[in-house]
Design a binder for this molecule. Structure first.
Ligand code: DX5
Ligand code: ZN
Length: 215
């Protein structure tokens, strides 16, 4: 079962509530929320207050991707704001296991994301604590970048490490109708897409195209 998670990084920020409601109605399985702090990545987006503001418009779970140097300081705020699953970056220097345990204790699904240069082996100590692994298929920070084909072997490697009934593999960055089948063939099951969906004239058609890309 392929899940499609539109990234609201490519939505119209002036009408974010409507964008969330409309993309849910168009068939989104999750709403992907890219939190950027201007430090872990060079861009700045939104924080817990925006997550809380869009929550009433979402009829599917909020999937929050924290591209932050110090996620620990904000986890409680994101959970209180209504995040249903939270993905941390494996490269942060804070202690990840207590954060992952905290999220589970609050009933939130846990994820760990790897930048393109971070090897799959970093996951070894964390797999029991993870509901998902997010493989970045661009350098994090901006939407609309070109898919990095170099990440496909890493997706396959991670697929071999996980129990697919317990841990899902998400891919994020440059996902479109050409790159999605390659990701799925290598073991991805959740496709995160920003510009491909929000840049399309018909969001429902774009979502359905991604979901059926390997049929
Ligand atoms: C990039 C973000 C992505 C971004 C993907 O750092 O994590 O979620 O929205 O955008 P596209 O699909 O346009 O590459
Ligand atoms: Zn993301």
């Amino acid at each position: 079962m392929i899940q499609v998670a539109p990234s609201i990084l490519s939505a119209d920020f002036a009408h974010l509530g409507k964008a969330v409601a409309d993309v849910c109605a168009a068939g989104a399985d999750l709403i992907h929320v890219d939190v950027m702090d201007g430090h872990f990545v060079p861009n700045i987006t939104f924080g817990p207050m925006v997550v809380k503001a869009i929550k009433p418009y979402a009829t599917v779970p909020l999937d929050v991707h924290l591209m932050m140097t110090n996620p620990q300081d904000y986890l409680c705020d994101f959970v209180d704001a209504g995040a249903n699953q939270i993905t941390l970056h494996a490269e942060v220097e804070q202690d990840l296991v207590p954060m992952l345990q905290y999220l589970r204790s609050r009933g939130v699904k846990t994820g760990l994301s790897l930048r393109p240069r971070t090897p799959a082996s970093i996951l070894e100590n964390y797999l029991p604590y993870l509901d998902l692994v997010l493989v970045m298929t661009v350098e994090p920070g901006f939407g609309g970048q070109e898919f990095l084909i170099t990440q496909l072997p890493k997706i396959a490697l991670i697929h071999g490490m996980i129990d697919p009934s317990k841990t899902l593999i998400q891919v994020d960055g440059g996902i479109n109708d050409k790159s999605a089948p390659l990701c799925i063939e290598n073991g991805a099951s959740t496709l995160i897409a920003g510009s491909y969906i929000f840049g399309a004239p018909d969001w429902a058609k774009a979502i359905e195209t991604l979901r059926r890309v390997n049929d």
